[in-house]
Write a protein that binds this ligand. Structure first.
Ligand SMILES: NC(=O)c1ccc[n+]([C@@H]2O[C@H](COP(=O)([O-])OP(=O)(O)OC[C@H]3O[C@@H](n4cnc5c(N)ncnc54)[C@H](O)[C@@H]3O)[C@@H](O)[C@H]2O)c1
Length: 333
């Protein structure tokens, strides 16, 4: 079976890698992205140039807040033949993989309106268009930030998620609730994926690995929040992509999965590894925790292991050198 997939946020970090993997296995992909300037839009253009080389890819430039543009993208999806097959059993099935969002816990403190517009209104537009277009399955990005200030150290999908520490986390929790209602009321197949701190090649310039590498190679002091004591379940983008693709293939009726790396590392060990790969130590400014950040994220991935056959393979010892190598090549350093 092959898929016809609409991916929102296709020029983004995770979107790019997901589209590339789907194209490589022969699925038809429609990408939708507004190439916004939250970070260097040239990086988004460069990712998109790579994708445009594939014949089975079409990129639509547009905003998920623009319902007419969204419909234009949906109308390009290849629908299964009109023969009377039961839902979810078409020769070519349709999926939506909704990744477009305003990301960044810290950014949400200064720009709450952008998060409501892109993550709540935008999400609603996409899931509602999926309903109206009778799409076979809807997979969307959630985040470990939905766990908020949960005092537990290992987050499980069963845990309470009603006390987010940031507006970003709150918007993603709202998405999970809306998806559940769309399943109950309209019978839509919906899967939410809670990503835990994703890193990798072509990564986001506002995230730790990119920033630290940049500062070290440019001899600028490192700004280390939480005095370096924060712990993160860093997840390599290649592993995230395998989880996303499995969710698209399995197309469960209504589920939520944690997708983490399966190991939690202290921020300073992460920094030391980057320094080793860059071949030099950086000067460090230790700062207190930023509002909205949490001390530790750690994913219980047993549900994804069982139901998605998800098995993260890349530890930071392998993933960080791969990133630094990409970074040096991309920026010609
Ligand atoms: N990277 C992580 O560590 C992480 C962790 C948890 C959850 N997530 C979630 O995963 C998804 C992808 O994240 P990413 O790291 O690839 O971020 P990204 O910013 O690189 O990608 C998002 C893409 O969506 C596009 N976009 C944003 N608003 C849009 C709009 N209104 N209309 C059309 N396009 C729009 C952006 O231009 C961008 O290319 C997001 O939903 C994010 O919240 C990411």
């Amino acid at each position: 079976m092959s898929l016809s997939v609409l991916i929102t946020g296709s020029a983004g970090f995770i979107g790019f890698h997901t589209v590339k993997a789907l194209l490589a296995r022969g699925d038809m992909v429609i990408g939708l992205d507004n190439f916004n300037s939250y970070y260097d839009a040239t990086l988004k253009e460069r990712r998109n140039e790579v994708l445009e080389k594939y014949e089975n890819f079409t990129c639509i430039r547009g905003d998920i807040k623009d319902t007419a543009k969204l419909q234009e993208a949906f109308s390009l999806l290849i629908k299964p033949s009109p023969c009377p097959l039961p839902k979810g059993r078409g020769a070519m099935e349709t999926r939506v993989c909704h990744l477009a969002a305003q990301a960044g816990v810290r950014h949400s403190i200064e720009h709450p309106d952008e998060f409501i517009q892109d993550n709540i209104v935008g999400f609603h537009n996409v899931i509602d268009a999926a309903r109206k277009n009778d799409i076979d399955g809807f997979v969307y990005a959630s985040t470990s930030a939905v766990y908020g200030d949960n005092a537990k150290t290992l987050f499980s999908e069963e845990d309470k998620t009603d006390d987010q520490a940031s507006l970003y986390g709150m918007t993603k929790k709202a998405n999970e609730l809306e998806a559940r209602v769309y399943h109950k009321r309209y019978g839509m197949y919906v899967t939410g994926l809670r990503f835990f701190t994703v890193y990798g090649t072509w990564g986001r310039p506002d995230m730790a690995l990119f920033l630290f590498t940049d500062w070290i190679l440019k001899n600028q002091p490192l700004q280390i929040f939480g005095k370096g004591k924060m712990r993160r379940d860093w997840t390599c983008v290649d592993d995230i992509v395998s989880g996303i693709i499995s969710a698209l293939d399995k197309n469960y009726a209504c589920e939520i999965f944690n997708l983490g790396g399966g190991h939690t590392e202290e921020l300073m060990d992460f920094v030391t590894m980057i320094e080793k790969c860059c071949g030099k130590e950086g000067e460090k400014n230790f700062l207190s925790m930023q509002p909205g950040d949490v001390v530790q994220t750690s994913a219980d991935i047993s549900k994804a292991r069982k139901m998605l056959e998800y098995e993260p393979k890349t530890r930071i010892q392998e993933g960080i050198p791969k990133f630094v190598e990409w970074y040096r090549k991309y920026y010609g350093l």
